[in-house]
Every structure is written in C-alpha cells, then in structure tokens.
Ligand binder design. Sequence first.
Ligand code: ZN
Length: 122
Amino acid sequence: MDESELSTIFWTTWWLWTIGGAIIAGIIAARKRRSPIGWAVLGALFSLIAIIIVAILPALPDEEAERRERMETRQCPECAERIQREARRCKHCGATFDPMPPRKNAGRTERAADRVSRRFGS
Ligand SMILES: [Zn+2]
C-alpha cells in the first residue's frame, strides 16, 4: 500500500465521520426540538462527541402542546393551579365558581349549527 492509497482511505474515513456525524447529530437535535443546523455543524466537527452530547441533552419543551394546554385550561382563582376550562369546581382546592364562557370558535360552531337547524325547520 503506497502513500496515496493510505491518504485516500484516511480522507474517505474522515469525510464519512464528518458527514455521518452532521446527519446523525442533526436528526437527533431536530427530534428534541433543538437547532438541527447548529448540531449538524457540531456533529461535523466533533462526530461521536457531539452525537453523545445531543443524545444526552433533554428534549426542549413542546411549545405547541403547551399552547394547546393553556387554551383548554385556566387558572383557579383560589389556588392558582391549572384546571379544566369548563370546570365549576377546582380539583385542587375544591373552590367553586362559574365556568368560563366557551372559546370563540366553539361558539361559532354552535351558531352555524343553529342556522342549519333553522333552515331545515327543526
Ligand atoms: Zn383551586
């Protein structure tokens, strides 16, 4: 094996590590809602080390799920815990209160249903 063959093997391996590290670190980062491009760069530079670090890091919170949660719940006026929007009694402290009015889009659906039933005379 001459020097140019060794050089080819070295650079091929190096490229595989770099690209493989970038792809794997980027995919793991994206699944954890972390920056896939940033982690792909780190994966290219540090291969296995970056993959291990991003694999260990906890996933970032799912903001979309949290927003949905906020839409469907509200804060208890007595104890400040999150409770169901339609609840009349707090499951945490037992305080009772009026339920919140339904969300705007729920009301719109109801009115549409009213129009339909009126049109068909029921
Ligand atoms: Zn409460």
